[in-house]
Design a protein. Structure first.
Length: 282
């Protein structure tokens, strides 16, 4: 073989160099075309995030001549951020992420694999924890001190539900009070009839029956009737009750005249006068 640079090898070396230069140009053209076809989209995001608030991040392709990025393969989280919603942009040139930062510090969103060889650039966003002056220092997962205060029970509104039963109770109480005098009169009448005439002439029995009769008179005429004697009863056309008083006085001293009147004339005497109990008696 001849030496390098000899007239024999000169055409072969020149042809090899031309072929190598042509291959490099082809590789550069292929690389440029691949960069054009799979250019990385850009992020559109606020300068910083606030803890706990919802923010919107956009991953879009600004060049209309390039293909729009496909849907990123994310589920519940976008890096350290909670993903609350993911939807395409109205013009179809990218995607809108609604995220929420749950911890302060620097949130680093790694490059996302878009599935066609494209990858989004890495995004770094500071997350600030700002509390307004005088506001409660609340966070996320900070223990009992970071829990929001419980809402008070709405007693004022809940008490409105008590109005119907309270109204019904007031009506029942009023109705019961209106009938109290009638019930008292009925009870006094039945008790008196059960014990009159007295079963014996003992002083204790006579006093007890006398008290029941006075209770019946007071139920009709009021408390003043407890002290009425024979003259007052006669003046009010209560002849049967006048005999009732005289018979009890006679029985206390062992006499039998005048005799005890039967219960029927006593009740009939009251009914004949159309006596009604006084209004408002408890």
């Amino acid at each position: 073989m001849g030496k390098v640079g000899s007239p024999i090898e000169g055409p072969y070396l020149l042809r090899f160099r031309r072929r190598n230069l042509r291959d490099k140009k082809i590789a550069l053209v292929v690389a440029a075309s691949s960069l054009v076809g799979f250019a990385a989209p850009t992020w559109k995001a606020p300068a910083q995030l606030k803890l706990g608030e919802l923010h919107v991040l956009e991953l879009l392709e600004e060049d209309a001549a390039k293909a729009a990025p496909p849907r990123p393969t994310v589920e519940d989280n976008l890096g350290p951020l909670k993903l609350r919603a993911l939807e395409p942009l109205p013009d179809g040139r990218g995607w809108r992420f609604q995220v929420q930062a749950l911890s302060p510090g620097l949130a680093v969103i790694p490059a996302l694999d878009l599935g066609t060889g494209q990858r989004s650039p890495e995004l770094r966003l500071p997350v600030l924890r700002e509390i307004p002056f005088g506001g409660p220092w609340m966070g996320f997962g900070g223990g009992n001190d970071d829990r929001l205060p419980s809402l008070p029970f709405p007693w004022a509104w809940a008490s409105l539900l008590l109005l119907p039963p309270l109204g019904l109770l007031a009506w029942l109480l009023r109705h019961w009070r209106r009938g109290a005098s009638g019930r008292h009169l009925q009870h006094a009448r039945q008790t008196f009839i059960q014990h009159w005439p007295p079963r014996d002439r003992e002083r204790g029995t006579l006093d007890a029956v006398h008290g029941l009769g006075r209770e019946l008179l007071a139920a009709h005429f009021g408390e003043a009737a407890r002290a009425w004697g024979p003259a007052e009863l006669h003046a009010r056309n209560l002849g049967a009750w006048e005999q009732w008083v005289r018979s009890l006085d006679a029985a206390r001293f062992g006499r039998t005249e005048p005799p005890f009147p039967a219960p029927e004339p006593l009740m009939a005497n009251l009914q004949a006068l159309h006596i009604t109990p006084p209004a408002g008696r408890p």
